[in-house]
Design a protein around this ligand. Sequence first.
Ligand SMILES: O=C(O)CCC(=O)C(=O)O
Ligand SMILES: [Fe+2]
Length: 203
Amino acid sequence: MVLMVNGIAYHAETLDRAAQEHLVEVIRAVVGEAPLYVPVMPGTGQPMSVRMTNCGPLGWVTDKARGYRYQETHPVTGKAWPAMPAELLALWDRFSGYPKPPQACLINFYADEARMGLHQDRDEEDLEAPVVSISLGNACLFRIGGRMRSDKTTSLRLSSGDVVVLGGEGRLAFHGVDRIYPGTSTLLKNGGRINLTLRRVHR
Ligand SMILES: O=C(O)CCC(=O)C(=O)O
Ligand SMILES: [Fe+2]
């Protein structure tokens, strides 16, 4: 389906429960190899409330000194990120409409108290490629606006299994997560929410 938000069209679908359960297993295996860590804001060193890891040849990371960037290794273990699972490559092929494969999958874990401030995804060199977002577990209140921070924003609920393609006009739309709704999904035994974003970094 097409989701119209502030005059911008986004492709959106919902994965069925079996697919969601399978993705949780896939992510569990990635996290076993590349543990979730606490990212911090550049400059201030303020810890973010989400926990992060990645899979694929590159991963998105942030720290106090060097800021937002992509790198080939986990910032805590120093090891290469786990390979991009075939299931995620298949989702990219199904939803991105982009000929080149994704190079990073950022895995965000939100405890029920976590949130993410309004931002643009613009650390990628290739802005022609969309960002494919997949939500698992508890629902969240997602806020999305336009290309300027001052543009009007609209809030919508993202639920478990929702896939949203941030592409075209929406590729640089400001977005964030205002809150998680505890107890709205049975997918994750211990609650919380997982968001996966598949990204192409280099042209
Ligand atoms: O959790 C979400 O739905 C959004 C995550 C996000 O915007 C990001 O990781 O850049
Ligand atoms: Fe983002």
